[in-house]
Design a protein around this ligand. Structure first.
Ligand code: HDD
Length: 707
């Protein structure tokens, strides 16, 4: 290095030249006024060691802009992840709705979807126990339609006027702002004990639905009963359902908690990586339709957002599919600035008098005004409709359009423009409905039954789902400090099911409740169980770890890669160190990640291949052994080939039977552990067994699954 090159000023110059070369726009750095800046690393000072000058407009602008980079986070659903994609209907839905985007299967409507957690702030972890938001903006040819959904089909309250109470109870305790992103604290459960309408949603919250494996593996629900309106102005009640192609899958609680530390961005990263690698997530849009004349045909009120229409009673008809195929370019500009609003509807979709929906139709526009700093947020690119916007709305903060002409209607000075309606076929016509009644502040008695549907949910669960729910109630209430709150919740649970209430009471040191005579009949809706939402049974996009070390059997790893690759799984080779490992063919295999940087909770399945030296090293590596034990504890598929099968055998995982004795025994499958002690490449039988185990996600029979 010459003395010239070592001078810092030269280094900076080179850096600036490199930045200029890398700038895709090709231009130099400028101020907001377009003035080219000479450099941006030193403020303007008096001499080399003197004070900074106010005159340095570049410095002042840069710092001022930085000071104002943050906008208020959403009061709920602050943490999210989004993506672009498209929606296409399977066939025309003209029979029920005139909505243009639901007419023609050859027309793709662009969408943006934002998934979110609810309770935690923007920087909180992804895998908390919480509801997930699933909001979709359809940029239709008749304007924007927003389906602002959750991954639960019901909500915690019946009337929006209780939303601030519910959210205050759910959010961290006001005195110390603890806990972040969690519902396990006194104020929430106090509210639950006193407000039994919360129970149905609380049952979903205590189920594994509240800890999804992936945003790509959860359902979405519009919750409210909406209305379709056809071209003749006839209404049909409708509930919206998103069903993921990959099925509905969740974490287990122990895994979810560990993942918060290992990768707080677990769900966000999963969505991003899948789309970036071309594995586009897909959902089917389904509708439950109820003719207007059947409004009162149910033993609950269709307007009550704490009730589902069981799918066995009104089947979900698939009407189209949505694919997410593009990650945003800039998180803030797109995912943060997108503004959803339940009242953004298009002709053919209308509201009902669900009191929660009516409140939402006020709240969303209102919240965007403060969050996005004024009334012109619809001009932000991600919020802009694809159709032309023409109206007399003017001025306000951040107006970016230059309007001309008259800004009132009627006018003659601008030729009467924009014309009103004017027979345009796209005109929105509200469903005509006669409304009659006294002005009252009173809940309808048809909203009174708070126990039948939580009971139906409970009785529809498989045994393992019930166990997870009991564990969840015990965990949550075990964190509640106030005894009377714990007792109050148990008293509510006793009104749903005696066995559940007793099991929870035992775990939290509360007296077991008396058996009541008025608990609901054990009605079931099989569609509610995970067991009946497993998806297409594929292993597409599942993350499989292969533990390797020097001396690993190349044919076995390559063989497994080939088998799983056909199914679309993602295979990563993990070793003690980054870099490469030497395989039996003398090749240097690149290591995908070093074991100390990952953990079994970040993978769906694990394989230990053969090669005696490699297997020995794996058995002696603490991180690898911890990885295997973790995968076993969480019920994940595990496989061993050749000497790798021996590693699993020596670990004595829960008494599981493992193939032994060289080539003789063939493939052994026990408790989701697939082994073949043969030394050759993986055979067809092994490939099939491992693939099926991965497709099943978890082996539910392992006793330690949620410990
Ligand atoms: Fe809400 C955000 C879903 C009831 C008031 N809500 C928000 C988001 C979703 C939902 C997915 C995030 C949107 C995004 O990604 O930007 N909310 C629901 C569902 C509900 C529900 C499915 C019940 C069926 N919400 C609800 C009520 C109120 C609100 C009853 C108020 C009366 N929700 C809001 C809000 C938020 C919001 C304060 C916060 C940020 C935002 O709107 O844009 O206005």
């Amino acid at each position: 290095m010459t003395s010239e090159e070592s001078r810092p000023a030269d280094a900076k110059q080179r850096q600036r030249a490199a930045q200029r070369a890398a700038d895709p726009a090709g231009g130099p750095l400028t101020t907001d006024q377009g003035v080219v800046v000479d450099h941006t690393d030193d403020a303007l000072t008096v001499g080399e060691r003197g004070p900074t000058l106010m005159e340095d407009f570049h410095f002042r602008e840069k710092i001022t802009r930085f000071d104002h980079e943050r906008i208020p986070e959403r009061v709920v659903h602050a943490r999210g992840a989004g993506a672009y994609g498209y929606f296409e209907p399977y066939r025309s839905c003209a029979e029920f709705t005139r909505a243009a985007f639901l007419q023609d299967p050859s027309v793709r409507t662009p969408v943006f979807v934002r998934f979110s957690t609810v309770q935690g702030p923007r920087g909180s972890a992804d895998t908390v126990r919480d509801v997930r938001g699933f909001a979709t903006k359809f940029y239709t040819s008749e304007g924007n339609y927003d389906l602002v959904a959750n991954n639960f089909p019901i909500f915690f309250i019946q009337d929006g006027i209780k939303f601030p109470d519910f959210v205050h109870a759910l959010k961290p305790e006001p005195h110390n702002e603890i806990p972040t992103g969690a519902s396990a604290h006194d104020t929430l459960w106090d509210f639950v004990a006193l407000q039994p309408e919360t129970l149905h949603a609380i049952f979903w919250l205590m189920s594994d639905r509240a800890i999804p494996r992936s945003y790509r593996m959860m359902q979405g629900f519009g919750v409210h009963t909406f209305r379709f309106v056809d071209a003749a102005g006839r209404g049909t009640f409708v509930k919206f359902h998103w069903k993921p192609r990959l099925g509905v899958h969740s974490l287990v609680w122990d895994e979810a908690q560990e993942t918060m530390g290992r990768d707080p961005d677990f769900n966000r990263r999963d969505l991003w990586d899948a789309i970036a690698s071309g594995d586009y997530p897909e959902w089917e849009l389904g509708v439950q339709l109820v003719p207007t004349e059947d409004e009162h045909a149910f033993d609950f009120d269709l307007l009550d957002p704490t009730k589902i229409i069981p799918e066995e009673q009104v089947p979900v008809r698939p009407i189209g599919r949505m694919v997410l195929d593009r990650n945003p370019d800039n998180f803030f500009a797109e995912t943060e600035q997108i503004a959803f609003h339940t009242a953004n509807v298009v002709p053919g979709i209308d509201f009902t008098n669900d009191p929660l929906l009516q409140a939402r139709n006020f709240s969303y526009l209102d919240t965007q005004l403060i969050r996005l700093g004024g009334p012109n947020f619809a001009q932000i690119p991600v919020n802009r409709p694809v159709v032309e916007v023409r109206n007399n709305q003017r001025d306000g903060y951040h107006q970016s359009l230059i309007h001309s002409g008259a800004s009132y209607s009627p006018n003659s000075l601008s030729g009467g423009c924009p014309a009103v309606g004017g027979g345009d076929p796209r005109v929105f016509a509200h469903l005509q409905e006669r409304v009659d009644g006294h002005k009252i502040r009173k809940r309808s008695p048809s909203f009174d039954d708070h126990y039948s549907q939580p009971a139906m949910f409970w009785h529809s669960m498989a045994d393992w789902e019930k166990k997870h729910m009991i564990d969840a109630f015990r965990f949550e209430l075990g964190k509640v400090g106030t005894r009377q709150v714990r007792e109050g919740v148990v008293a509510q649970l006793a009104r749903v099911d005696h066995e559940l209430a007793t099991a929870v009471a035992r775990g939290i040191g509360v007296a077991e409740p008396e058996r009541r005579s008025d608990t609901p009949e054990p009605v079931r809706s099989p569609a509610l169980s995970f067991e009946n939402n497993l998806g297409d049974g594929s292993i597409r996009s599942r993350q499989v770890a292969v533990l390797v070390a020097d001396g690993v059997d190349a044919a076995q790893v390559d063989g497994v890669r080939e088998i799983l690759g056909i199914g679309g799984a993602v295979v990563e080779e993990l070793a003690a160190y980054d870099g490469t490992v030497r395989d039996t063919e003398g090749g240097e295999r690149p290591v995908t990640r070093a074991l100390p940087t990952v953990a079994s909770v970040l993978y769906d399945a694990v394989l230990v291949p053969g090669g005696p030296d490699s297997a020995l090293a794996i058995a002696a590596d603490d991180a690898a052994v911890r990885f295997l034990r973790g995968a076993f504890r969480h019920g994940k598929p595990i496989a061993g080939l050749g000497a790798g099968a021996g590693v699993l055998g020596s670990m004595e995982l829960g008494g599981v039977r493992v193939a032994g004795g060289g080539n003789g025994e063939g493939v052994v499958l026990d408790q989701g552990v697939v082994t073949d002690a043969g030394t050759g490449p993986p055979g067809e039988e092994f490939g099939r067994a491992f693939t099926e185990a991965i497709a099943a996600h978890r082996y539910r029979g392992r006793s330690a699954i949620n410990d």
